[in-house]
Ligand binder design. Structure first.
Ligand code: BG6
Ligand code: MG
Length: 223
């Protein structure tokens, strides 16, 4: 029997808590240009939520270049993209948290609802600290411990286990199609932020984070 509120809310980071999805895009685009594999925002949608090495493989595959590099060279390319990305996020501040997120985190705490983060990013801890949101989270999954990239549900299931809540009592929040698929495969309710045509597998799609509230969460949860 469902309660009106979820017992845990599991957040993606990039594109949900802050606009770092844009920084990932620009860093991959720069690497893509250097490899003579240009791509646009539409292709970038297929990279969102996907881990670093899988993203690189997708870009190489776009340029039919998967066999052009050895594993060592691929690791070096992924590290190069990460250097571009890390440089671009050095100046993130609490002002870069997207609208409505802090109010929601406070409301969740006040209502004793567990809060977890299920990001594919190995930079999640650093970004959370720069934004000064890390202290709201009961658990932040370490992406280095996750074997299978979204759309596999592993990272969401790990987050739920860490806060001791059954997947059916969780709501996940994502901006990526791969992330929404991961939440649904984990057996959770999904709220998506962004384009309803791209994110149509979610239980609810909101245009932006300012629309997130305890009421929207409970609406999705009691469906
Ligand atoms: C996800 C982003 O959160 O993390 C992807 O949506 C990114 O764009 C992935 O590639 C991995 O991030 P990182 O920081 O470990 O390279
Ligand atoms: Mg994201």
């Amino acid at each position: 029997m469902s309660t009106p509120y979820p017992q845990a809310v599991i957040f993606d980071l990039d594109g949900v808590i802050t606009d770092s999805a844009e920084h990932h895009f620009l860093a991959w685009q720069q690497l893509g240009q250097e490899l003579s594999i240009p791509f646009d925002r539409q292709f970038n949608e297929t990279l969102k939520g996907v881990n670093r090495m899988d993203s690189l493989e997708r870009i190489l595959s776009l340029g039919q270049a998967n066999d052009r590099y050895s594993e060592t060279e691929k690791t070096a390319l992924a590290e190069k993209k990460n250097r571009y990305y890390v440089e671009s996020i050095q100046h993130l501040t609490p002002q870069d948290v997207l609208p409505g997120i802090i109010d929601l985190l406070k409301d969740l705490r006040q209502n004793k609802i567990k809060i977890a983060m299920a990001s594919a990013s190995k930079n999640a801890q650093f970004v959370s600290e720069r934004l000064e949101v890390d202290h709201y989270f009961d658990h932040i999954v370490d992406a280095a411990t996750v074997e299978k990239s979204k759309p596999h549900p592993e990272v969401f299931l790990k987050a739920a286990t860490a806060v001791g809540v059954a997947p059916t009592d969780c709501v996940g929040i994502e901006d990526a199609a791969a992330g929404v698929e991961a939440i649904k495969s984990a057996g959770m309710r999904a709220i998506a932020i962004g384009d309803a045509d791209i994110l149509n597998a979610a239980d609810l799609v909101l245009t932006d984070t300012s629309k997130l509230s305890l009421t929207t969460l409970s609406g999705v949860f009691s469906k």
